[in-house]
Design a protein around this ligand. Structure first.
Ligand code: NAD
Length: 524
């Protein structure tokens, strides 16, 4: 392992330690950069464990990421706690200026960030730009932090008595994020937590960690003081240390359901507030009166965009009545027109999966579907792409039903199932019987059916003729049931509640002569 001092890419006055190591399975001449932690404004590569980072389009290792030990995490929490005191004291106007500058820094260099995402995640650059734009929406929302942090005041609740409520930051917040939105989800969590006056330890996915480092640099460039946004890479050891550290007062998590459940239980047992968003199995209902071309366009876009690795991806089309056959034909025709390849190529519609393990897992769902009695209409396993990338083509499976693995489990890949039902009521019962409840959509031309669906469906985010109903930044984001543990949704107004504690102050300014001893419980 070699270490050298180099100039920081976006700040020529700053030096940083870059440690290069030669990976065992990489070509001998190739050295791989270690992606560093950022704690207290310092880029740190401890001599501890590291993990490999791949370019999924080539299948080759592109870097190494430092994996923090528990003691490293605890030290980072201490540094964050120290820094937070100064940030809490910083006037709201100054905090707002950081948010405005952050918006400009990220918007001006969005393509640079998008290419970093593509290189480690595999999604197309266009799609990565979309994720940056949706992350920026929340930065824009946070530019109004003065408004979002306003308190309440009630005058004269009793004679000469007033009551007011203020919002104060919780202190140090841990943000633990998934691989599939390496910029958007951190921008959702981190920005709001910081706007509210907290310090953050961001623990990004170890599979595509570079976007988080880029974002920390962007916050620094926007004027955020050192120590307020810390990036600590790692795996279970680092995450569990965050959940156990008494300095960490709140935990925001997005990832798979089993890990979300673990995060929720352990953080809550340690007395922290916690929001843990989990996996999904999103259904799109197509009614007999729907515009089938529009429904087919929507299903293909929402099922295969980002190779199905979106928590709001459509995974199941619920075909009501006679729509299944014509709809399947239209979806299959559109699949034939998709270009699969390296996300960095502007002609590509769909990139690879994140890892070789993910690829094998998704292949397994398609292979098992026929054995379970489903009909594989389009089999993506036959796709041939040059090189060793983690590619599978879009797959379409008909005659799927509950009880089959392909239906019951979250696939998180480009596999669209079709469940045939006879009636609207059957469609609703199917969705409400599913343990996941992140997003759902209804395609119809009938307003009454749409209104009834909105009323009946037990899912957190609903689209009417909109396949991926991710709420705009002024609303909050979150599912129900096994898609979210906790009671607060992410970003938007609910996030300002999550990242602040309300303090209610009752005030009275009596004359000395009005004072008396009274042992009774105060009433008005
Ligand atoms: P994941 O659960 O494997 O990892 C998420 C985070 O948890 C990562 O930072 C990872 O390092 C950490 N982690 C992994 N294993 C852990 C363990 N045993 N103990 C402690 N921490 C651990 O999820 P992923 O594969 O990165 O992301 C995909 C999943 O995220 C999918 O299930 C998807 O539906 C879900 N997701 C949900 C939403 C939502 O809004 N509900 C949004 C995006 C992604």
């Amino acid at each position: 392992m070699t270490a050298s001092l180099q100039t920081h890419p976006s700040d020529p006055d700053r030096e940083e330690t870059i440690v290069s190591i030669t990976a065992a399975d990489a070509p001998a001449a190739e050295t791989l950069t270690v992606i560093p932690h950022i704690v207290g404004g310092e880029r740190i590569v401890a001599d501890g464990r590291t993990g490999p980072v791949y370019n999924p389009a080539t299948g080759r290792q592109s870097g190494e990421v430092a994996l923090a030990s528990a003691s490293f995490v605890h030290e980072a929490a201490r540094i964050a706690q120290q820094a937070q005191r100064g940030w809490r004291d910083t006037g709201l106007g100054k905090r707002q200026q950081v948010m405005f500058r952050l918006r400009e820094v990220v918007a001006a260099r969005a393509e640079e960030l998008a290419r970093i995402i593509t290189a480690e995640h595999g999604k197309t650059v266009d799609d990565a730009l979309g994720e940056v734009a949706r992350g920026l929406e929340n930065v824009e929302f946070c530019t109004s932090l003065m408004h979002h942090l306003k308190g309440d005041y009630s005058e004269q609740v009793a004679s000469g008595v007033d009551v007011h409520q203020v919002r104060q930051p919780v202190g140090v917040v841990a943000c633990i994020t998934p691989f599939n939105f390496p910029a958007m989800v951190p921008l959702w969590m981190v920005t709001t937590a910081i706007a509210a006056g907290n310090a953050v330890i961001l623990k990004p996915s170890e599979r595509d960690p570079s976007a988080a480092v880029w974002l920390a640099d962007a916050f620094a460039e926007a004027g955020l003081p050192a120590g307020i946004l810390n990036v600590v890479h790692g795996d279970k050891e680092a995450v569990d240390a965050l959940l156990d550290d008494p300095i960490v007062r709140a935990v925001s998590f997005v990832g798979s359901t089993p890990i979300a459940r673990h995060i929720y239980a352990r953080a809550a047992a340690n007395g922290k507030r916690v929001q843990a968003l989990g996996g999904a199995k999103n259904h799109m209902v197509v009614m007999p009166d729907a515009d089938l071309d529009a429904a087919a366009d929507a299903a293909v876009s929402a099922a295969y965009g980002s190779a199905g690795e979106r928590c709001m991806a459509v995974s199941v089309v619920v075909a009501v009545g006679e729509v299944a056959d014509p709809l399947i034909a239209k979806v299959a025709e559109r699949i034939g027109g998709l270009v699969i390849g390296d996300g960095a190529d502007p002609h590509t519609d769909m990139g690879p999966l994140i890892t070789r393990d993910a690829l094998e897992r998704v292949r397994g769902f398609v292979a098992g579907a026929a054995d379970e009695g489903a009909r594989v209409v389009v089999d993506g396993r036959g796709l041939a792409v040059d090189g060793e990338g983690f590619f599978i083509g879009p797959s379409l499976v008909d005659a799927v039903s509950p009880g089959m693995r392909v239906y019951d489990e979250e696939i998180f890949g480009p596999v669209l199932s079709v469940v045939r039902v006879a009636t609207y009521d059957e469609a609703v019962a199917l969705i409400n019987g599913n343990r996941y409840a992140n997003g759902t959509a209804l395609f119809t031309r009938d307003g009454k059916t749409a209104r009834q669906f909105e009323y009946d469906i037990e899912v957190g985010m609903v689209g009417v003729n909109v396949p991926i109903p991710v709420p705009i930044g002024a609303f909050s984001f979150g599912g129900w049931k096994d898609s979210l543990f906790g009671d607060t949704h992410m970003y938007g107004p609910e996030a300002f509640n999550f990242y602040t504690r309300r303090k209610v102050v009752t005030t009275r300014w009596p004359e000395a002569s009005e004072s008396q001893v009274s042992l009774g419980f105060p009433t008005h």
